[in-house]
Design a protein around this ligand. Sequence first.
Ligand SMILES: Nc1ncnc2c1ncn2[C@@H]1O[C@H](COP(=O)(O)OP(=O)(O)O)[C@@H](O)[C@H]1O
Ligand SMILES: [Mg+2]
Length: 278
Amino acid sequence: MTLIEYKNFYYRYKGNEEYALNNINLKIEDNKFILLCGETGSGKTTLIRCMNGLIPQFYSGFYRGSVEISGKDTTITPIADLSTEVGIVFQNPENQLVAMNVEHEIAFGLENLGIESVEISKKIKEVTKITEIEHLLDKAPFELSGGEQQRVAIASILVLEPKIIVLDEPTALLDPYMAKKIIELLKEIQIEKQITILISEHRLDLVLPFANEIILMKDGNLIEHDNSDKIINGTNFHTLRLNKPVIYSIFNQLKEEKLFNQYIPTSISKVINYLKGL
Ligand SMILES: Nc1ncnc2c1ncn2[C@@H]1O[C@H](COP(=O)(O)OP(=O)(O)O)[C@@H](O)[C@H]1O
Ligand SMILES: [Mg+2]
């Protein structure tokens, strides 16, 4: 089922001469774990801002074409209505956390929807368990570490039960250990809830093993969107200036030395399967 669809979509920020998005055609389907990657300035954040109507409704600029969320046109549907379909965690989660404590933060969206307090408590219990923040409910957002804030931001979105959760560079402020934990947590949530999770991320090592699909952006163009195996074995991925995963670099080198002639594996378990088959 298609959840988000861009049709011949162009976008230019007011005051800029260049288009930040050029003729985007993209379908985001349900129940997928999708990696969005591209060099800095390639348009990833701009693409994400279109996923809940912030572009074109909040940012001033010029657009052509259309973006639909579950069939709703993002130019005219209120952002509040689109936010229940797509939950977005932007960079710097502390800017997104507004309540005096974590419990209120998570309850905020549900209260706005007019949900009963018994039901709210039940839902808070469930999402705080999944995100492992039960012990933080009384804390103020500013008392939390970056990783904890990130998990609170994810819990506040998850509680609204959107069909898609989008995260813009969620590990940028985290240490490597916490970054890995957050990505693993997101994969668990994706499998358990059968929702779609789309992540813009530079740490490809972390996300690639879990990703079903990859979207590649370059200079405002969506240059490729396919399953992960296909993308990382293609020339676009090879030539983009990205922080390539270690496994990719090793097997790519082996390929160049003619010691390997198959699809480059995307995870350690796939490498092990390959070695077992030798
Ligand atoms: N709020 C904004 N106003 C004007 N230009 C912007 C704004 N946000 C991004 N841009 C421009 O749009 C282009 C794409 O940026 P962005 O979507 O942030 O890329 P990425 O997330 O891949 O680094 C860049 O040229 C950037 O300078
Ligand atoms: Mg960005």
